[in-house]
Design a protein around this ligand. Structure first.
Ligand SMILES: C[S@@+](CC[C@H](N)C(=O)[O-])C[C@H]1O[C@@H](n2cnc3c(N)ncnc32)[C@H](O)[C@@H]1O
Length: 248
């Protein structure tokens, strides 16, 4: 990891922006993917759900398979919602997680694309840093992430990042979204960094993890106005990651 990665600040969503994620829309897919990719868990070991939000995934996973779970999230409202659901949860930072020593698996469900910095290099460093942190503790990592495939190279995820991170372009985007709701982005002014399937694989390897199993998600509808960003496919894929040295 570079010195840069240690000092880079995450551009964080506001409380209201985070509240837009207080829903359980993706939980059934995430639990199905997790169960297929991670069929065994060590008795008593904890599945740490990093950026686990209101605990919907952690609750469903415990109910379906009996796994011990613990949410780590920076949003106090989410952590409180976890406790209401009977899910163990702590306020914590994905970029500097505090281990309790019993975590075997770390989950990153739809959080990596929110670890954004002021430019592409800093953003990549933050995403890598969050994954590197778990090399010291977890045997396995589960990632569920948005995949944006492009008609030209991997430009779509980058275009969306450049628009959402830039105040002027975000302001234009907000105005355009009044007329064309498909252009609406909850992350305007902060930034979001989606990647292609291959880009995520490369990033995992940079962080010392290799995908040993994957589940490809169903293609999601692409609204016509988004085609201007050269988007070929949008999916949510899942990855089982193991330490690079173990699988060489
Ligand atoms: C898009 S929501 C995903 C929630 C849930 N995992 C899901 O799949 O529906 C992103 C979550 O990541 C959390 N988050 C973002 N940056 C974080 C950080 N640095 N440390 C801990 N949590 C973070 C947010 O508070 C939010 O709950």
């Amino acid at each position: 990891m570079t010195d840069n990665a240690q000092t880079v600040a995450q551009r964080r969503l506001s409380k209201e922006q985070v509240e837009a994620f207080y829903h359980n829309e993706f939980v059934a897919d995430q639990v199905a993917d997790f169960s297929e990719l991670m069929p065994y868990s060590r008795p008593g070991a904890v599945v740490a759900d990093v950026g686990g939000g209101c605990g919907f995934f952690a609750r469903a996973l415990s109910d379906a398979r009996g796994d011990r779970t613990r949410v780590i999230d920076m949003d106090p409202g989410s952590v409180e919602a976890c406790r209401v659901l009977g899910v163990e949860a702590v306020i914590g930072d994905a970029l500097a997680p505090q281990f309790q020593g019993d975590e075997q698996v770390a989950c990153f469900n739809l959080i990596l694309h929110h670890l954004v910095g002021a430019d592409e290099i800093k953003t990549r460093a933050l995403q890598v840093k969050a994954l590197v942190a778990w090399r010291a503790q977890a045997d396995t990592v589960f990632v569920n992430e948005y995949i944006y495939e492009s008609f030209v190279g991997t430009v779509s995820g980058r275009i969306i990042y450049e628009i959402t991170v830039n105040p002027v372009l975000s302001s234009i985007g907000r105005q355009a979204a009044r007329l064309v709701p498909a252009l609406k982005a909850n992350t305007f002014g902060v930034g979001v960094r989606f990647r292609s399937h291959r880009e995520w694989l490369k990033l995992f390897e940079e962080a010392g993890w290799r995908a040993t199993a994957v589940r490809i998600g169903k293609p999601e509808p692409i609204a016509r106005p988004l085609r201007g960003m050269l988007i070929k496919a949008i999916r949510r894929d899942s990855f089982r990651l193991e330490p690079l040295t173990n699988v060489l």
